[in-house]
Design a protein around this ligand. Structure first.
Ligand code: ZN
Length: 194
């Protein structure tokens, strides 16, 4: 995760704290991104809730090709709607939703977008820098650095932490790598890391 703007990671950690404060959640607690979406007035639908989506389309999205898409974000003026693929595990849905919230909060302009027949703008294809920012945002929002440090230093495994935050083991590993937590813990134990 190189190439992020200077200070961006810290900004994400502060956002993770700020949103928890706004929602009345302790700084080290798990945050359900659905609650965050609600707070930010972002509507979240499953494909089945999309009006006018035919049974055939729905089947295509959720049964035939569930892995081909994670979410679609639609925007009309200030209103945002995220359609989330609920055929995926909740842990994956959480990461997807937090990622899409990141694109919205960070006001990313998609490289490509198209307008649906009823005038909604459908986002797709953000540039690489925006993708990296949304990945960083989602990681910090779901798994704040300090909260993860507390868990890991109290002896929690990656899967304990994944269960606690309701995210995938892969996201916990990614957070351990990108936040320098393991280096910090080793230094605390007096292990020399050059
Ligand atoms: Zn993205």
């Amino acid at each position: 995760m190189s190439g992020l703007r200077r200070g961006f990671k810290t900004w994400c950690e502060n956002a993770a704290k700020g949103y928890r404060r706004d929602l009345g959640i302790p700084p080290t607690a798990a945050l359900d991104p659905r609650r965050l979406a609600e707070y930010l007035k972002i509507v979240v639908w499953t494909p089945a809730q999309v009006p006018g989506l035919s049974h055939e389309d729905l089947r295509q999205l959720t049964v035939m090709a569930p892995d081909e898409w994670s979410a679609a974000t639609l925007r009309e003026g200030e209103h945002c709607l995220v359609i989330l693929n609920d055929a995926h595990d909740v842990s994956r849905q959480n990461n997807t939703l937090a990622h899409e919230i990141g694109h919205i909060v960070l006001k990313h302009e998609p490289a490509k977008m198209f307008v649906t027949f009823d005038g909604l703008m459908m986002m797709s294809d953000y540039n690489e820098e925006n993708e990296q920012e949304a990945i960083c945002f989602a990681g910090a929002i779901l798994v704040p650095r300090e909260a993860l440090v507390n868990l890991i230093s109290s002896g929690a495994t990656n899967s304990d932490a994944a269960n606690y935050f309701n995210v995938s083991d892969a996201l916990i590993r990614m957070r351990r790598n990108t936040t320098g937590i393991d280096i910090q813990a080793a230094r605390r134990r007096g292990v020399w890391i050059p």
